[in-house]
Design a protein around this ligand. Structure first.
Ligand code: NAD
Ligand code: UGA
Length: 438
């Protein structure tokens, strides 16, 4: 089977590499010349654990190649997957489908008449129907099947998520499309991964509903964490007890500085707008969106309060700036709200992140960067943990404290045991673990 993947970003590149590892022949197209040049030099343009080896192995085996020529890449493909970005549209919060429709226009004249054209990008319900309408106009001679195959992988564990999915979801109302998509995922279904076939509209909406639900779960535990602080409970104990209920489950109950990333914020925003447009508003999710924006600001204020009411003239050493560990992705990272807020209130910011610096430098002007957390903390008044990288978990807290001038540790990911932090001489403030300790 020959596959063409349009878009070599987080989803396109990981999916393309995994499909090639299943034994399929994959041509991956990207229109970003720099990204393409990197890939053709054997470099991986994003940080995703394990991806470099996976790509190198399949390039060597001749099963994956990279090109900038979309017409050539689609011309002999059985399946064409669209994995281009669908960012928030400026001004109104809807999903911006410009890249999707551009790719559809580019591929239409060159695709085989029986090609299966599938959205892997997250697209609002109804997009498949609109793609089909446009394709009929552009290629009246062809009999394309248009399917939806939303992707559920997470950055940082993308390869494992792709190869061991909870489910593969295919939305398709066409027999030929279903048969080709079933064959595409056979290497997974043979290993008992559930491949679910549903209508195209159901698949499109299920992707947004899943992300909105996860965003809601995080927002829920963030609010419970705040309540824990005022009533003297410990959120990790509450989350364990609540999550032990099989109907709820323990995952995504870690409180923090608010969810970020390239997907939850934009997909929550798009779902809210799609639902309003359909005159069936999702008021619960509207509240999630509002609460998460407020959360990031509240966490900036928490640093101020932990510092005794003001950060003016203080140096804050920030550990972690990416939206989560094991990625270099800075999109919608809480650091992008919290650090400028602290700088505006007079703080000097030092920062350290194992992979994020290159993407973060431009987005966070005025920050001084360090390769090592101990160097970042030298002479600082406050240490602020924003991302739970493993590199920060095993820090020697006594050494960290003695490198600093002050004693405030604000741990917005609950990485450290409060008792150990206090023993190391810190005034410790976590999330949902009572008021300041020490
Ligand atoms: P990305 O921005 O990392 O990558 C998109 C790539 O598409 C870019 O390299 C861009 O140059 C390329 N591109 C755009 N138009 C093109 C065209 N016409 N021809 C060739 N290349 C083109 O985006 P991403 O994070 O991979 O997300 C892609 C989609 O997948 C989005 O809809 C997103 O919501 C969804 N998604 C993302 C994740 C994730 O973890 N990042 C997970 C699940 C789903
Ligand atoms: C998320 C979903 O988990 C994927 O299933 C989905 O495919 C993807 O979005 C997408 O559609 O793009 P991702 O954004 O890579 O994946 O990262 P997550 O691990 O979901 O984390 C998102 C944000 O929530 C991060 O800022 C993280 O710190 C935060 N989070 C997560 C919490 O604050 N608490 C938790 O318990 C879990």
């Amino acid at each position: 089977m020959k596959i063409c993947m349009i878009g070599a970003g987080y989803v396109g590149l990981v999916s393309a590499a995994c499909f090639s590892d299943f034994g399929w022949y994959v041509t991956c197209v990207d229109k970003d010349p720099e990204r393409l040049a990197q890939l053709n030099r054997g470099e991986i343009p994003i940080y995703e654990p394990g991806l470099d080896d996976l790509v190198a192995r399949n390039v060597a085996a001749g099963r994956i190649e990279f090109t900038g020529s979309l017409p050539d890449a689609v011309s002999d493909a059985d399946v064409i997957l669209l994995a281009v970005g669908t960012p928030v549209r400026r001004g109104d919060g809807y999903a911006d489908l410009t890249y999707v429709f551009e790719a559809v226009e580019e591929l239409a004249p060159h695709a085989r008449p029986d090609a299966v054209i599938t959205t892997k990008s997250t697209v609002p319900v109804g997009t498949g129907k609109e793609i089909e309408r446009r394709l009929k106009q552009l290629r009246p001679d062809a009999d394309f099947a248009v399917c939806s195959n939303p992707e559920f992988l997470r950055e940082g564990s993308a390869i494992r998520d792709f190869t061991h999915p909870d489910r593969v979801l295919v939305g398709c109302d066409d027999d030929h499309g279903r048969a080709v998509m079933a064959r595409l995922y056979e290497p997974l279904s043979l290993r008992n991964a559930p491949v679910m076939f549903v209508s195209r509209e159901s698949a499109e909406l299920a992707k947004y509903a899943a992300n909105a639900f996860l965003a809601m779960k995080i927002t829920f535990i963030n609010e419970i964490a705040d309540l824990c602080e005022t009533v003297g409970a410990d959120v990790s104990e509450v989350a364990s007890a609540v999550g032990a209920d099989g109907r709820i489950g323990p995952k995504f109950l870690h409180p923090g500085p608010g969810y970020g990333g390239s997907c939850f914020p934009k997909d929550v925003s798009a779902l809210v707008r799609t639902a309003r447009e359909a005159k069936s508003p999702v008021s619960l999710i509207e509240q999630v969106e509002k609460a998460n924006l407020e959360r990031k600001i509240a966490m900036g204020a928490r640093v101020e309060s932990a510092a005794g009411g003001s950060v003016r003239g203080r140096t804050i050493a920030v550990l972690g700036v990416t939206f989560k560990p094991n990625t270099d992705d800075m999109r919608e990272a809480p650091s992008l709200v919290i650090l400028p807020m602290l700088q505006a209130r007079g703080a000097t910011v030092h920062a350290c992140d194992p992979q994020g610096r290159a993407n973060a430098e431009e987005l966070l002007p005025g920050v001084t960067w360090f390769a090592d957390p101990m160097e970042a903390a030298a002479g600082a008044d406050i240490v602020l943990v924003l991302t739970e990288w493993n590199e920060f978990r095993a820090l020697d807290l006594k050494k960290l404290r003695s490198a600093m001038k002050g004693d405030v540790l604000v741990d917005l990911r609950n990485v450290y045991a409060p008792k150990l932090a206090v023993e190391a001489g810190f005034s410790y403030r976590g999330v949902g673990r009572g008021q300041a300790l020490g």
